[in-house]
Design a protein around this ligand. Structure first.
Ligand code: NCD
Length: 280
């Protein structure tokens, strides 16, 4: 699973339904290799937990000594392909997962390639929207407001691709300089206060400081801002958070970002099982 561009509406619905039924999945005896060139807590632990729940094994490669000795990504992938059945790769360069998939002898899952994509996060995000915001996602227009570093957030880039398969109106609120090209998207212009009154989903991210040399002032949510917001909206964040999402919001029933983490394990179980099926 390299890119969200390979997804159709039917495929997204298929994965959501599969994630809803992970308790019924059969056990496996496959080995997952977690190969992370960038730090990760949630994504790596989520895949790790998902594989353990499926009954499989896991090899974690975080302190990649060969990379430190100058080994190419291609050589590392050709090597670790011999140790397991599926590679989960996170890498700071855009396009790294695609490069890896060309030389790997086993399937590669893109767990984030620079400011490119993060397809499994996008699937768990749309699953969260389906469960927590509206099961009518599949039928009705919904409004999604993205707040923060829209330019460098791979989770936002990927989620937009999947949401485009449905009927979605977008509101984008970012510090100047962190916008994206929204040509072709159904966009509504609104201030933060206006957006919060009408949006079904708020998806906020941190400034991706590791991907920019400039300093930006984050746009922050607060209890006060949310007091006059739409009562049925949901607040999502891929985490980790910084000042844009203060912990004072955590006990608001609309805050679903820790539930999002739990949905992530279910979605990764569905993704791993799907890949394992194709190997048999
Ligand atoms: C995100 C990532 O790594 O792109 N985190 C995640 O995978 N849950 C978001 C981020 O780092 O800001």
């Amino acid at each position: 699973m390299i890119s969200v561009k390979d997804f159709t509406r039917e495929k997204v619905i298929y994965y959501i339904q599969k994630a809803e039924n992970v308790e019924k999945l059969p056990k496996c005896s496959k080995t997952l290799i977690n190969l992370f060139y960038e730090p990760s807590t949630r994504t790596s632990c989520s895949f790790h937990t998902a594989m353990l729940k499926l009954g499989g094994n896991i090899i974690e490669i975080t302190d990649n000594s060969s990379a430190k000795k100058g080994e190419s990504l291609e050589d590392t992938i050709k090597t670790v392909s011999n140790y397991g059945d599926i590679i989960v790769l996170r890498h700071p360069e855009k396009g790294a997962a695609e490069r890896a998939s060309k030389v790997a002898h086993v399937p590669v899952i893109n767990a984030g390639d620079g400011n490119g994509e993060h397809p499994t996060q996008a699937l768990l995000d749309i699953y969260t929207i389906y469960e927590e915001a509206t099961k009518d996602l599949l039928k009705e227009n919904i409004t999604v407001t993205f707040i923060g570093d829209i330019k460098n957030s791979r989770t936002i880039h990927s989620l937009i691709h999947l949401l485009n398969l449905f009927d979605v109106t977008y509101i984008f609120i970012s510090p100047p300089g962190l916008e994206i090209d929204t040509t072709g998207l159904n966009v509504l212009n609104a201030t933060l206060e206006e957006a919060l009154k009408i949006t079904d989903v708020v998806y906020i991210t941190r400034i991706q400081k590791e991907r920019t040399s400039e300093t930006y002032e984050p746009i922050c949510l607060s209890k006060e801002l949310l007091s006059s917001a739409y009562p049925d909206l949901i607040i999502m964040h891929p985490l980790p958070r910084q000042e844009e999402l203060p912990p004072e919001i955590d006990d608001d029933p609309r805050a679903v970002y820790f539930k999002q983490v739990a949905y992530g394990v279910r979605m990764r179980m569905a993704i791993l099982d799907e890949l394992i099926r194709t190997m048999q």
